[in-house]
Ligand binder design. Structure first.
Ligand code: ATP
Ligand code: MG
Length: 410
């Protein structure tokens, strides 16, 4: 408050009165108190003065020729530059002041002539302090609004970054997975090429026996079959990765088969899973279709599985990770659970909060589940909750509409 009073005493006050004696009296009273005072004798000068350099407070006589105080007040309130300046009306004791009108026009108070010095100073001080506080509140509000806007921008940037990061690991997954069938195919092809070379050499020198022809044909058949099977597998992988990658990068809405889609997503996690002893299965309704955002679902599933790998089995060992898909009329339920260490009750309420992590030292940012929560509630227009018991495991239950309107999603 002492700060407010200090600011208030350096305040700039506009005093409007057509009676010179009153004007003089008020200027003296307020100047003695340390205020900067600008006296003006009529409404027109009051308006131009207030617009030119908006004061912190206006003392405004009501009864003035040409333009009365009410009119000046109305005009000041209509101008965005001057509408927040507090106005204290001045009226003579014998005048019948229309108090309702004075307040409804935006006046904050009124004082009567002849002036009681103490009263005038007390009212001026009070309204200057109030105005000061209001200004500070306004500034705080603007700051808060800006912070909120910044937060929203950061959040969508984070979601974008997460999308890119999961695309990156998807690409790594593709390379890793395709390496195996392509490698197998290469071995089979070079074996075939070698055998053919020997076979051709025997043929050239006329040493070809019936038994070696038979052996060559067996090997050639076997190698061709291996090449075909592995190329076919590589082709399959490319198709399913392509689908998941396109969905993750574009986040387009389309109709998809939920169980099959989760299986495709899991393929991209094979490299990480292979480094563990965990098993990951997808069960439930084979026929369940959704018209929604498969890319978002795949990001959610990826995060849940990665969390089990990262947090659920601190002392190693093979866990059972499982997705189950089911349908209740127009809703899809996707349950995911692990049989790991579980989440202590005191943390359970915080896991979806941004930056909550128990793995900061291992590089956890605590954003995974926050992003999951946003994807489920905004993009997929559903709900997610978590049930967990220490020592038994953790379960996430997603309740999603089977068909969503494209309009509502971000
Ligand atoms: N399956 C789980 N089992 C045990 N604890 C879990 C499991 N999933 C999440 N948690 C807990 O919830 C916390 C928050 O998870 P979240 O995915 O938001 O962050 P993070 O995995 O720590 O970091 P980030 O995902 O940003 O790298 C984790 O730090 C962990 O304590
Ligand atoms: Mg995580």
């Amino acid at each position: 408050m002492s700060n407010d009073v200090k600011n208030a005493t350096t305040a700039n006050i506009l005093v409007v009165d057509d009676t010179a004696a009153n004007l003089h009296l008020l200027v003296k009273l307020l100047t003695n108190r340390g205020y900067k005072v600008r006296p003006v004798p009529n409404g027109h000068l009051a308006l131009s003065g207030a617009r030119g350099l908006p004061p912190d407070l206006i003392l405004l006589d009501i009864m003035m020729p040409e333009m009365d105080g009410y009119e000046v007040c109305r005009k000041l309130k209509a101008n965005p530059d001057t509408r927040d300046i507090p106005i204290i009306f001045i009226s003579a004791i014998h005048e019948v002041i229309d108090k309702v009108k004075a307040f409804s026009l935006g006046g904050v108070d009124y004082i009567t002539k002849p002036f009681e010095a103490k009263e005038v100073l007390a009212r001026v001080e009070t309204h200057l302090a109030l105005r000061n506080m209001q200004k500070k509140l306004q500034e705080k509000n603007e700051l808060l609004e800006k912070t909120l806007q910044d937060l929203k921008t950061t959040q969508s940037q984070l979601i974008e970054a997460e999308k890119m990061a999961s695309l990156g690991s998807l690409v790594a997954g593709v390379a890793h997975e395709i390496n195996t069938p392509v490698g197998n195919g290469l071995i089979a092809a070079s074996t075939l090429a070698n055998e053919t070379k020997f076979f051709a050499a025997d043929f050239e020198v006329g040493k070809l026996k019936r038994s070696s022809l038979k052996a060559y044909l067996d090997k050639a058949g076997h190698c061709s079959e291996l090449i075909l099977r592995n190329l076919h597998r590589a082709g399959e992988l490319v198709v399913s990765f392509k689908q998941v990658a396109v969905d993750q990068s574009s986040l387009e809405k389309r109709v998809f088969q939920v169980k099959e889609y989760l299986e495709k997503t899991i393929l991209s996690l094979e490299p990480q899973l292979k480094q563990t002893e965990h098993s990951l299965t997808v069960g439930g309704d084979e026929t369940l279709m959704m018209d929604s955002y498969p890319g978002a679902l795949s990001q959610v599933a990826t995060n849940l599985v990665m969390n089990s790998i990262a947090h659920a089995y601190p002392s190693g060992g093979g866990g059972h990770l499982q997705f189950r898909v089911s349908r209740q009329s127009d809703r899809a339920t996707i349950e995911y659970n692990d049989d790991g260490c579980g989440i202590p009750e005191k943390n359970l309420g915080k896991i979806f909060d941004p930056f909550f992590t128990t793995a900061r030292s291992q590089g956890g940012s605590g954003l995974g589940l926050h992003i999951v929560y946003n994807l489920v509630s905004q993009k997929l227009q559903g709900q997610i909750r978590c049930e967990s018991e220490v020592g038994l495991g953790t379960k996430f239950i997603l309740d999603l509409p089977i068909s969503i309107s494209s309009g509502g999603a971000r």
